[in-house]
Write a protein that binds this ligand. Structure first.
Ligand code: R5P
Length: 270
C-alpha cells in the first residue's frame, strides 16, 4: 500500500514516466472520506492534493486529512537571511484543500497548529502516556533534550507522575545544522531516565545525550516521529528501550528493544 491512501474507497496511485503522480479513487457511491498521509517527500504532498481534487470532483463534501507527521514543521522561523518560512508554504498548500479536519500528532511547535486551518492536534503527552505501559514513573526522571522541548516534557512528567524533569542545553550551528553540543544541566547518575522529544532525525542529539547517561540505572527514549536517517543500530544500542510511532515509516514494526505504536489508529480514535 502507498504511504498516502484513502480509507473509505480504495485509491490507486502511480507515477507517470516523466515523474508526475497520478491518482484514481475507485468507484463510489461517493461519501465522506479520510485521506491518510505519511508524508516523506514532495511527491507525497502532491498525492494528498490530487486525492482531494479527485474526491471533490466526484462531489465528496466531507474530507478529513490524517497526517501524523507534519513535514517542514521544523522550519518554523527564518534562521538565516534568504531562507523560506517553510511551514507557511506547507500550510498554504494544505489550507487550499479546505479539509473538514486536519488531524496531526505532536507537531514540532505551536506554529504548525496556528497556520493550518481546522487542525485537530493529538499531543505527545496523551500519545505516549496512554501508549506506554510502565510501572516506575514515580522513580523516573524525564529528560528534555533542549529548552524548546521543556514545556512538553514538563506536561508529560506531570501526566505520568514522574520524579522530576532535567533539561539539556543544546547548540546547533544554524547554517550547517551540525549539533555543537548537548549538555545536561544537572547530573542524573544513579537514576532511571526517560528522554522524550518530538522528532528523531539522524539521532545525533540522542547519541550525545546517551553519552552523559552512562551512569544511570536505566535509560529509555521516546520520540514521536522516528525518521532514523542515520540508521537504527547505534540508537537501539545506546538506550535500553526506544519508543516511537509509524508516523514516518509506515512499515516500521516493534523488534528487540524498539517499540512502535500505530499513529493513525491513535489519532483517528482520540
Ligand atoms: C529539533 O528541532 C527536534 O525537536 C529534535 O530535537 C531534532 O529533530 C533531533 O534531530 P537529530 O535526531 O538529528 O539529532
Amino acid at each position: 500500500m502507498d504511504n498516502v491512501y484513502t480509507t473509505v474507497h480504495d485509491s490507486r496511485i502511480w507515477k507517470f514516466p516523466a515523474g508526475e503522480i497520478g491518482v484514481r479513487i475507485e468507484d463510489g457511491p461517493w461519501k465522506g472520506e479520510v485521506i491518510v498521509a505519511h508524508i516523506k517527500s514532495g511527491d507525497d504532498i502532491m498525492k494528498v492534493l490530487l486525492l482531494e481534487e479527485a474526491l471533490r470532483g466526484e462531489g465528496v463534501q466531507n474530507i478529513i486529512l490524517a497526517m501524523p507527521y507534519v513535514p517542514y514543521a521544523r522550519q518554523d522561523r527564518v534562521c538565516n537571511v534568504g531562507e523560506s518560512l517553510s511551514i507557511r508554504v506547507l500550510a498554504k498548500l494544505i489550507n487550499s484543500c479546505s479539509f473538514d479536519a486536519v488531524t496531526i500528532l505532536d507537531p514540532h511547535s505551536d506554529v504548525t497548529p496556528a497556520l493550518i486551518n481546522n487542525v485537530r492536534m493529538v499531543t505527545q503527552s496523551d500519545f505516549f502516556s496512554e501508549s506506554i505501559q510502565k510501572d516506575n514513573w514515580k522513580e523516573t526522571i524525564i529528560i528534555s533534550p533542549d529548552a524548546g522541548a521543556l514545556k512538553k516534557s514538563e506536561t508529560f512528567a506531570k501526566k505520568v507522575g514522574a520524579k522530576g524533569v532535567v533539561v539539556a542545553n543544546k547548540k546547533r550551528d544554524l547554517l550547517t545544522g551540525r549539533i555543537e553540543y548537548v549538555k545536561l544541566t544537572e547530573s542524573v547518575d544513579g537514576e532511571h531516565v526517560f528522554v522524550i522529544d518530538d522528532i528523531l532525525e539522524g539521532g545525533g542529539t540522542f547519541l550525545l545525550l546517551a553519552e552523559q547517561l552512562q551512569n544511570t540505572l536505566s535509560k529509555e527514549l521516546a520520540v514521536t516521529h522516528g525518521i532514523f536517517s542515520g540508521g537504527f543500530d547505534k540508537i537501539l544500542s545506546a538506550y535500553d528501550k526506544v519508543y516511537t510511532s509509524d508516523s514516518y515509516h509506515t512499515q516500521l514494526v516493534s523488534r528487540d528493544n524498539l517499540v512502535v505504536f500505530n499513529s493513525i489508529q491513535y489519532i483517528l480514535t482520540h
